[in-house]
Design a protein around this ligand. Structure first.
Ligand code: PMP
Length: 354
């Protein structure tokens, strides 16, 4: 740290993203990316857009927002397009965290970082012993409520009716539903946007639409909420999405069937992997995401993580007491998951017969 850093940011503990190794030969199951390539035409659209890189990108993101509006049955004014959904989260914490924020104790690790960054007081509500969320604990918060649905890293989802109870229980605060993983089996709250002025839904192209490297996300809500986010977007970086990503996103929306088929494949691979891990003695939470959260009673999570790493398989471990036994395992191709399961079979038998 230099002696010039604003005192306000000195205690800030930055978010630590998962590793992105540059060398080949890893089975990479640590950052919840899609194992499948972008749809046909997406890369071409991005390359064509690159020819116009001398000009700024469209700050209104009009064509992309219109395509999203059509896909999700809302209007352009209901959509704020962002540079990865992390950016929508950042704007939302800035915009709606004025009276504090509340989220589960086990959830996306970026939420407390945004709170620290913007000086937002926050409260973490413990998940129940089975890692589920009790909606009643989120009533009467009257600050910003943030729920990842499905939750990460557990993968567990709440039915929309339960989210609706949280919305009704917090008429004076925004309820942000982070639907990064909803396409893999969760139920979306998007249809509730019309009904609730305090609902903000945040989505990403990083997982189900195979565009993690392009950095594209969007928020959906009533016009007044979206206008607030736009105010912050224009006050931060009006050209937040580059021309290639705007074009890639539109091309991706034209091939939605391809992506929805991939999601179904990933969900099927997830269930097969869950059975295989359970047979090896792992406790695996029921997941609606593109990942599993698994612990082995006989081995600490960190030891499993390191043993997998030695076998060139990357998964994610979080150094947090309550979940220290677990690893979050992204669902890859069936072949990648066979490699993972074989590696774990080895590791478990070595652990049991050292
Ligand atoms: N929300 C959740 C719950 C996530 O796990 C992630 C991925 N790290 C994000 C949001 C951010 O995704 P992106 O910025 O790539 O859209």
């Amino acid at each position: 740290m230099s002696r010039f850093l604003n005192a306000r940011y000195q205690p800030l503990q930055a978010y630590v993203p998962g590793e992105q190794p540059r060398d080949a030969g890893w089975v990479k199951l640590n950052t919840n990316e899609s194992p499948y390539a972008p749809a046909e035409g997406v890369v071409r659209a991005a390359a064509e857009a690159a020819a116009g890189l001398n000009l700024y990108s469209d700050p209104t993101c009009a064509l992309l927002r219109d395509a999203l509006a059509e896909r999700y049955g809302v209007k352009r004014e209901n959509i704020c397009a962002v540079n990865g959904s992390d950016e929508a989260l950042n704007f939302a914490f800035m915009a709606f965290g004025g009276r504090g924020a509340v989220f589960p104790d086990i959830t996306y690790g970026f939420y407390p970082v945004f709170c620290q960054l913007h000086g937002i007081p926050f409260r973490e509500i413990p998940l129940k012993a089975d890692f589920s969320i009790d909606p009643a604990e989120y009533f009467g918060v009257n600050g910003l409520v943030v729920i990842a649905n499905p939750n990460a890293p557990t993968g567990m989802a709440l039915p929309v009716a339960e989210i609706e109870r949280i919305l009704r229980g917090n008429p004076d605060g925004v309820v942000l539903v982070d639907e990064a993983y909803v396409d893999f089996g969760g139920e979306s709250c998007m249809p509730l946007v019309e009904k609730y002025e305090n609902l903000l839904v945040v989505r990403t192209f990083s997982k189900s639409r195979s565009l993690a490297g392009a950095r594209l996300g969007f928020a959906v809500g009533q016009k007044a909420l979206i206008d607030d986010l736009e105010k912050l977007r224009y006050s931060t970086n009006p050209y937040n999405i580059n021309s290639m990503t705007l074009a890639a996103g539109r091309a991706a929306l034209m091939q939605d069937d391809y992506y929805m088929e991939n999601c179904a494949k990933i969900a099927a691979t997830r269930e097969a992997t869950r059975d295989a891990l359970t047979a090896l003695g792992f406790d695996v939470l029921p997941s609606q995401g593109n990942f599993l959260f698994a612990a082995h009673g006989c081995m600490p999570g960190e030891a499993v993580n390191q043993a997998l790493r030695k076998r060139r398989v990357l998964v994610r471990h979080f150094a947090k007491e309550r979940i220290a036994g677990y690893n979050r395992i992204t669902i890859g191709t069936p072949q990648q998951m066979r490699t993972l399961v074989e590696a774990l079979r080895d590791i478990v038998s070595e652990g049991e017969n050292p």
